[in-house]
Write a protein of this length. Structure first.
Length: 193
């Protein structure tokens, strides 16, 4: 009889210091395949007119870099790093503003198709379990994106298949995105000079 493992214990040693990490495993063992759910979630991404999100990005144990983003179909992106750079991309034009500056600097840009999910591909997708985010029932799904390469855990709203959260771990790249304002984000316009 195969017993379902409850968790994996990881110990990372560096010099005289050891960090212990307990990773809980899915309640259902083996976990259900989530490949079809991920494909459906990707289609939902591409059908959106707009979305906004907050991002935390870190490369080590220091506090993460925080930024806010707006994405708008078919090719518009705007972001503001907390106390840092800001940018606006509209088709083949972009504008950047350095920290503390009032002036935007215009330049050419390869158009970006938007909205698209933050992952390029998903391998070994599984349902980790269910939960809620702000009262919304979600599926928690994990997968590997070999194009990055990186490991993802996403929270898909069960009724709409919208991605409410994305956690991504890659080499020196630890990211958390929290999405909101689906099809209700403020319009992205060129910055005022």
């Amino acid at each position: 009889m195969n017993a379902r493992p409850a968790a994996v214990e990881v110990a990372v040693r560096r010099g005289s210091r050891t960090i212990h990490w307990r990773v809980p495993l899915p309640a259902k063992w083996p976990p259900s395949d989530a490949s079809a759910l991920v494909v459906r979630a990707e289609n939902v991404w591409r059908s959106l007119h707009s979305v906004s999100f907050k991002e935390q990005l870190a490369s080590d144990s220091r506090p993460p870099l925080e930024s806010t983003w707006r994405i708008e179909a078919p090719n518009r992106v705007a972001y503001q790093v907390k106390a840092g750079w800001a940018g606006v991309v509209i088709g083949a034009r972009r504008w950047d503003r350095p920290p503390g500056a009032a002036r935007w600097v215009a330049s050419a840009q390869t158009p970006l198709s938007q909205p698209v999910p933050t992952w390029a591909g998903a391998v070994d997708a599984h349902v980790l379990g269910t939960g809620t985010i702000k009262g919304r029932p979600v599926w928690r799904i994990s997968f590997f994106d070999p194009g990055i390469p990186g490991w993802f855990e996403i929270a898909l709203e069960r009724s709409t298949l919208r991605t409410l959260e994305t956690h991504m771990n890659a080499a020196s790249h630890f990211m958390l995105d929290v999405y909101r304002a689906f099809d209700a984000s403020p319009a992205i316009t060129p910055p005022v000079p």
